[in-house]
Design a protein around this ligand. Structure first.
Ligand SMILES: [Zn+2]
Length: 115
């Protein structure tokens, strides 16, 4: 059985690139939160809308937290690019299309079915 080769084929440049892409996602979410918070101030909002918006804010905030944690994990080392479930390397193509992927395709599909 081959030992786990973390980061194999993942260059520093690739990681830096992925980090900046994740940072862009974080910034975008933060903008969404700011906008939603502005909307909340409107007096014309119905209560049902306010509930909806506050749920959106909560979801976006959670997403920001997840992404921030992911960035820290990358900084703190090697975990990036390794599947959380099976510890196999996540294919580079998958990471390119989805920089925030924390599972390989097979485990990701299983995970989504569970949730
Ligand atoms: Zn996996």
């Amino acid at each position: 059985m081959a030992e786990i080769t973390v980061m194999k084929g993942i260059s520093k440049e690739f990681i830096a690139e992925q980090k900046s892409r994740i940072q862009i996602l974080i910034d975008r979410k933060k903008d969404e939160i700011t906008l939603a918070e502005e909307n909340m101030k409107s007096s014309e909002l119905r209560d049902s809308d306010k509930i909806k918006i506050s749920k959106e804010i909560k979801r976006s905030t959670e997403r920001v937290n997840v992404l921030t944690t992911l960035l820290q994990t990358i900084d703190n080392n090697r975990k990036y690019g390794t599947c959380l479930d099976c510890a196999e390397q996540i294919p580079l193509a998958r990471l390119r299309s989805e920089p925030t992927a924390t599972r390989c395709t097979a485990c990701g599909t299983k995970h989504e079915k569970r949730n």
